[in-house]
Design a protein. Structure first.
Length: 182
């Protein structure tokens, strides 16, 4: 039994190294690209914002790793964090609707905030987390519908991808709840 626990700890430490190392690589990629092209032009503020975003994502991984009782929970949390990260990154970088100055883009930050607040309200428990992720997908659809009907923009591909991620996370949280109860 001790050997299995040691192997599990080694695996988790290996994943931790990949998560934090991957974050460092992502942060350094623009710096490397700036050496070879003028197309990438980051300033100190850009690096700070990306560093904070990566720190939040990696910290969320650490919290999930401590809470998780199943691999399904870990993957569910990873998918949810990735969805929030990608939404925030795309919105800050170029904007989801039009450019980053379009005020309609603020609505997408509310979707991420909804997922975060909902997750905290249910104390990150797997069964209610599944419902939070379903509700987040519904919020994503609501933002799409509002933006489209108000004439602010039309982003069906982004909406389908993000709803798919939120719903995949919901399904994995539901699976994790079933595994934890059996």
């Amino acid at each position: 039994m001790a050997g299995i626990l040691e192997q599990d700890q080694l695996r988790r430490n290996g994943v931790r190294a990949v998560v934090w190392g991957g974050a460092a690589v992502l942060l350094l990629l623009p710096l490397l690209a700036m050496q070879f092209t003028d197309e990438v032009d980051w300033n100190a503020g850009d690096f700070i914002v990306m560093g904070v975003m990566l720190l939040v994502a990696c910290t969320a991984y650490e919290v999930a790793a401590r809470i998780a009782r199943t691999n399904a929970y870990m993957v569910a949390a990873g998918v949810a964090v990735a969805a929030g990260f990608l939404t925030t990154w795309a919105n800050l970088a170029v904007g989801i609707i039009g450019n980053e100055n379009n005020p309609a883009n603020d609505l997408f930050f509310y979707v991420v905030a909804f997922a975060l607040v909902g997750s905290l309200l249910v104390l990150l428990r797997p069964r209610p987390m599944a419902w939070v992720m379903v509700a987040t997908a519904a919020a994503q659809l609501g933002v799409f519908a509002y933006a489209w009907l108000a004439g602010l923009g039309f982003v069906p591909v982004f909406t389908v991808v993000m709803c798919g991620l939120w719903l995949a996370s919901a399904n994995l949280f539901r699976r994790a709840a079933g595994q934890a109860s059996s």
